[in-house]
Ligand binder design. Structure first.
Ligand SMILES: [Zn+2]
Length: 246
């Protein structure tokens, strides 16, 4: 009897040593495949409103000091080395998301989207998330040549509803555009800061008639705040270390 118990115990130990690594393979398996008696619970810390949208393995930091960094899926943009590769950045293209801020971030992280933008600006407070590095080519203009030579900025809201275009969003976006223009020597004019609706062969209508270009361009050309952001610390930087680069 004692021998049987010892043998049984040894077998269980052996089984345990074989089985314990398995939960790593089944971390996302349906609950029915996970036996609570054999597998430890899979737990992850809450990340608040960014739950499920951020890659914690991101090692890149945002170009723009005031932006958060959440990378787009790498199948949604073209890796490049602007402007060292000879492709000048000549345009800032203004977009409207036609959806929510978080929904857009989620969509650009989805590898099946096949679209992206460098920056997204939130309506209520002007928070900015960068998802594609400035050196890379985001897919936002619907025109290859314009994609290659531009930076895309998405604004949370809907073309048909002016309430989404808040003062906070105009100011934050204008600061970003001014910073980009200064960095890449882009003239702060309507010839170089354009709406998606101005891109040749584009059938998009954003940002639409409710976007206040006059106010926006006035803010872009306001010189007084330029020095304020020059030495700001970088935005939220995701963890680095043991993760594979995305
Ligand atoms: Zn657009």
């Amino acid at each position: 009897m004692t021998k049987k118990i010892i043998l049984g115990f040894s077998l269980l130990c052996l089984l345990d040593s074989l089985i314990l690594p398995v939960p790593l393979l089944f971390a996302h398996a349906p609950a029915s495949l996970e036996s609570p008696s054999l597998y430890p619970a899979f737990m992850q810390a809450s990340r608040g409103e960014y739950e499920g949208v951020e890659d914690p393995c991101a090692e890149t930091t945002p170009d723009y000091p005031r932006a958060h960094w959440i990378p787009a899926a790498n199948s949604n943009y073209t890796e490049a080395d602007r402007e060292r590769d000879g492709n000048k950045i000549q345009y800032i293209i203004i977009h409207t998301t036609q959806g929510s801020y978080n929904g857009t971030i989620n969509w650009f992280q989805n590898s099946s989207a096949k679209v992206s933008s460098h920056y997204i600006v939130r309506s209520r407070d002007g928070e900015i998330t960068q998802m594609v590095q400035n050196k890379d080519i985001a897919w936002h203009a619907g025109n290859r040549d314009y994609n290659v030579h531009s930076i895309g900025i998405e604004h949370e809201g809907y073309v048909s509803d002016p309430d989404w275009y808040t003062d906070a969003m105009y100011r934050a976006s204008a600061k970003l555009t001014r910073w980009l223009c200064d960095r890449y020597g882009i003239p702060k004019t309507r010839k170089h800061i354009i709406g998606h609706d101005q891109v040749p062969s584009s059938d998009h209508t954003d940002p639409g008639k409710h976007w206040d270009w006059k106010t926006y361009m006035r803010l872009v050309n306001q010189e007084s705040e330029i020095t304020m952001i020059a030495n700001e610390p970088p935005g939220r930087v995701a963890s680095s270390g043991h993760c594979k680069s995305n």
